[in-house]
Design a protein around this ligand. Structure first.
Ligand SMILES: C[S@@+](CC[C@H](N)C(=O)[O-])C[C@H]1O[C@@H](n2cnc3c(N)ncnc32)[C@H](O)[C@@H]1O
Length: 230
């Protein structure tokens, strides 16, 4: 039953015009199978990714605030992507899934595992990557699943353009310390960091809160943030 439910969600996402279809038979893929981002967004504006967007609150707000940038929220769970679409639709009661694309021309969702993104985006085609409240995977044997593990940092390096930025927020201090270390041992250059974002007037300027950020800061947790450049 659970499997059927999952399969339905995957099909719904695949057929949803607001979601970028990364399957091989899709028109949005250029001949070498990378996405044709100019075709998708009908412009050449810089592309920003939120990796592990959850229900999309952050990436939706970013797309509303920064109209000259294109945003793609990437999420591996089809069920959660559908929740993000429901959230977007509930903000715009009069419109259906097709017209969501017109209402949010600079925003799309993608149901994909981050591990596969090197087959989806051509090298050095991405302007900025946001990681927000990534799953901590506290056990040592799961270390390579952490989205700031050096294998993932190498992937981001391959995706990002020169002089581009990676931003990471979490309330998990252990994951944050681990991430600072991974960044310092990588080709990324650490530009700024804080262990208390909401009380750091410089780094908190223009901060857009994510769903998890609201949840954990309301419980009294401090929010950590780092900004790194490649
Ligand atoms: C803790 S939630 C954070 C959601 C959101 N970014 C926020 O801050 O509110 C992490 C999300 O990342 C997704 N995720 C984890 N690993 C992923 C991967 N390898 N590829 C795509 N999504 C992933 C999970 O399914 C989950 O929805």
């Amino acid at each position: 039953m659970r499997l059927r439910h999952k399969k339905n969600a995957e099909n719904d996402v695949l057929n949803n015009p607001f979601c970028i279809n990364t399957s091989k038979d899709n028109n949005n893929l250029v001949s070498n199978n990378y996405l044709d981002l100019k075709e998708i967004f009908k412009n050449e504006n810089p592309i920003c990714l939120e990796l592990g967007m959850g229900k999309g609150q952050f990436v939706i707000e970013m797309s509303k605030k920064y109209k000259d940038f294109n945003f793609i929220g990437v999420e591996k769970s089809a069920t959660i992507v559908l929740k993000a679409i429901d959230k977007l639709s509930s903000l715009n009661e009069d419109i259906n899934d097709t017209s969501l694309s017109s209402a949010y021309p600079n925003l799309r969702f993608m149901c994909e595992n981050i591990e596969n993104l090197k087959y989806v985006f051509s090298p050095h085609s991405i302007h900025k990557i946001f990681l927000n409240f990534s799953d901590p995977w506290p056990k040592k044997r799961h270390e390579n699943r952490r989205l700031t593990h050096h294998n993932f940092l190498s992937l981001y390096e391959e995706l990002l353009q020169k002089d581009s930025i990676l931003e990471f927020k979490t309330d998990n201090k252990l994951l944050f310390d681990y991430s600072l270390e991974e960044i310092n041992n990588s080709n990324f250059k650490l530009l700024q960091y804080t262990y208390d974002l909401h009380n750091d007037s410089t780094m908190n300027k223009d901060n857009i809160m994510t769903e998890y950020e609201y949840k954990f800061s309301s419980l009294g947790n401090k929010i950590c943030k780092l900004i790194a450049k490649i």
